[in-house]
Ligand binder design. Structure first.
Ligand SMILES: [Zn+2]
Length: 270
């Protein structure tokens, strides 16, 4: 995935070798996710084309001789020593909708860091996501893009709270909203929205708990937050995409399908 520095450099390397027709020297065939990033316009993970705007800073191309049997050196993108290095800048383009992103690799307090900014607002939204839920998802996306992973988790928790409020759980805090939803599950179909009976409530609880831990470090040691990394955030994203699809997209799709079948039936019946 392109949303972390190692993943970005790997994708850059793969695309450069591909452009130079050097696929045969790539160490392994790329997996689809190697070159993907969430595209807010497509509402899904899409392959991104990377265009180098200023590739000669902290992330630079170097020429390497892989082994003696290769007559020519091959290029590789690498993070350079941080002393006096300039930022490197890239443009990402969604291969499906052409939506654009700016990726910046800069020298931060701990060395090279990656920031990605989208021209489209909305973060993880889908076509019919409620606008107030989308607001928090956009904030989460911006936190994530700037490398504030803990902040992103807190915003995903806020988005979940807003989603449950919007779906008819007005009680004051997220734990109580989830309890009310569990009551609906216990009461069976007909109680609450249909999607409530199709979700594993454990997913909602884990987003709540991760958000709580991110904002109240009860151990007093922020080092414990290191577990919240880009990989964990990617899992939260996948989970949220499934939730948005279930809540905001599936009901409309089912209604559309039913109407299509009913229309077909009305035309064939005698
Ligand atoms: Zn797209």
């Amino acid at each position: 995935m392109l949303d972390n520095l190692d993943g970005f450099i790997k994708a850059l390397d793969l695309q450069m070798k591909s452009a130079l027709n050097l696929q045969q020297v790539a160490v392994a065939a790329p997996k689809p996710e190697d070159e993907q990033l969430y595209c807010p316009k497509c509402s899904g993970f899409r392959r991104m084309k990377i265009i180098a705007l200023h590739p000669h800073g902290i992330a630079s191309r170097v020429w390497k001789q892989r082994n003696q049997s290769q007559l020519r050196n091959i290029p590789a993108f690498e993070i350079q020593p941080i002393e006096n290095e300039q930022p490197s800048m890239f443009c990402l383009s969604c291969t499906q909708c052409d939506d654009r992103f700016t990726a910046l690799i800069y020298v931060g307090p701990k060395g090279a860091e990656l920031a990605i900014f989208s021209v489209s607002a909305g973060g993880l939204t889908t076509r019919n996501t409620d606008k107030n839920v989308a607001y928090f998802l956009d904030q989460a996306y911006k936190c994530q893009g700037g490398g504030a992973i803990t902040g992103a988790i807190v915003m995903y928790r806020a988005a979940l709270e807003q989603l449950l409020t919007q779906q008819g759980y007005p009680t004051k805090n997220l734990a109580n909203k989830i309890k009310s939803l569990e009551e609906d599950i216990k009461n069976g179909y007909g109680s609450g929205h249909k999607w409530v009976h199709e979700i594993d409530v454990g997913f909602l609880k884990v987003i709540k708990d991760l958000g709580n831990e991110s904002i109240h470090v009860n151990s007093g040691d922020t080092d414990t937050l290191a577990i919240i990394d880009a990989k964990l955030l990617a899992e939260v994203q996948v989970l949220f995409i499934e939730l948005l699809d279930l809540v905001y997209e599936k009901p409309g799709q089912r209604a559309e399908r039913l109407k299509m079948l009913q229309d077909a039936h009305s035309q064939v019946k005698p």
